[in-house]
Design a protein around this ligand. Structure first.
Ligand code: GUN
Length: 388
């Protein structure tokens, strides 16, 4: 039963003062959604045993979340007065499952590479991604290197406009305009942060909506926030968090998810996307008092604060799922580069409390890049009339 059919049935029941019936319809529909997702997962599993290299990226509509309307169940009066028993985790002896983002990303890339090959044989073109990199921040340079390498691996053409940190805003705008007009470019990404003297919003708004593979254009962000609308692109890190949860079979609907951070790149779009998946979302930011009291009540914690080891084991409920988006450089004289990357979560502590956790590196990062490639492929498919 589609979401629209459910809405019509349930609305009719509500109009005729049949609130319990309406509620039942939604519950059945949710069950069906779970069942169809489970059936799809079982199919995937079957295919996976035949060939491990068959894990696909989740479809765009699956990542955008099921389209259910809000209906609040009124709890029975007596029950609502009795607080639920506190989960003390007393009989819980857990070492978390490590969610292997590297392997998930590899499978998604293999699937994208196959689609790119098919596109080339059918229309004679491959998708193209253009990156604008301003200045010489070491972290930005290495992110862009990973993105370019990802393109190479799947057969996506990549173009790079590298501008000095002291260039003018208009020079960046010119690069964006050039890529907007280039028909071989299907995705444009301006690597953030930009130097302080530039108006980031003006530059991001200049990217053609149809090529905004980062999903940072205000119209794409607005359409993500409005549940009745569909953005053309979902921001890659937010999409990666959902993909990791879905691929790991972790239920989102109805769960209490806390997102740490509210940046345009990760925190904000992730919190919006989670709501489209019907999670109850708390957002923690720098001004939140007593953040650990909120995370301790959460079934899923997604951290994108950019602060190494912010989230301690004591911040987590027993059995919580932890998605660590942080990539913080910390000094490490034993490393070739003199530093290594660490997450926002104190992994050694969290792994003893959580039921599943993403490592850093090898968790969210590679899947985020796979999502960028996937957005670029989707954009090219739209242009060549090959969309599903
Ligand atoms: N800087 C850090 N992450 C990102 C990203 O996902 N996209 C862009 N454009 N800049 C970033």
């Amino acid at each position: 039963m589609g979401g629209a059919a459910v809405a019509v049935l349930a609305a009719a029941a509500t109009r005729h003062n049949r609130a319990p019936l309406a509620s039942l319809i939604y519950r059945v529909a949710r069950g069906l959604h779970d069942a169809s997702a489970a059936a799809a997962a079982a199919e995937e599993e079957k295919a996976g045993t035949q060939s491990r290299r068959r894990r696909r990226r989740s479809s765009s509509s699956l990542l955008l979340g099921p389209d259910f309307p809000d209906t609040w169940d009124t709890p029975p009066r007596a029950a609502s007065r009795t607080p639920p028993p506190r989960d003390t985790g007393a009989d819980y002896d857990c070492t978390a499952t490590i969610i292997d983002g590297k392997s998930i990303a590899e499978d998604i890339r293999l699937h994208i590479a196959e689609e790119v090959r098919q596109m080339k044989s059918v229309v004679g073109h491959v998708p193209g991604l253009a990156v604008v990199l301003v200045g010489n921040r070491r972290d930005s340079e290495s992110y862009v290197r990973y993105k370019t390498k990802g393109c190479e691996e799947v057969g996506i053409k990549s173009l790079l406009a590298k501008l000095p940190g002291n260039c003018t805003e208009d020079q960046v705008m010119d690069s964006v305009s050039r890529f907007n007009e280039d028909p071989s470019v299907h995705g444009i990404l301006v690597q953030l942060p930009l130097p302080q003297h530039m108006d980031e919003e003006r530059i991001l708004s200049a990217i053609s909506l149809e090529k905004d593979v980062d999903g940072f254009h205000p119209l794409n962000v607005g359409n993500l926030a409005l549940r009745s609308r569909k953005p053309l692109f979902l921001p890659c890190a937010a999409k990666a968090c959902i993909e990791l949860l879905l691929q790991s079979g972790i239920e989102i609907m109805g769960k209490h998810v806390t997102v740490i951070g509210r940046s345009k790149v990760v925190g904000l779009p992730t919190s919006l996307l989670l709501q489209r998946h019907h999670a109850t979302v708390s957002i923690i930011h720098a001004f939140t008092t007593n953040p650990e009291a909120i995370t301790r009540e959460s079934d899923i914690v997604i951290s994108a604060a950019g602060v190494a080891n912010l989230v301690r084991g004591s911040w987590l409920k027993q059995g919580a799922v932890v998605i660590d988006v942080g990539t913080n450089p910390i000094e490490d004289p034993t490393s070739d580069y003199g530093y290594r990357l660490t997450g926002d979560v104190c992994f050694e502590e969290a792994v003893k409390v959580a039921s599943a956790i993403t490592p850093v590196p090898g968790g969210v990062g590679p899947v985020t890049i796979a999502m960028l490639l996937s957005n670029t492929l989707d954009s090219a498919k739209r242009v060549y009339g090959l969309s599903d």
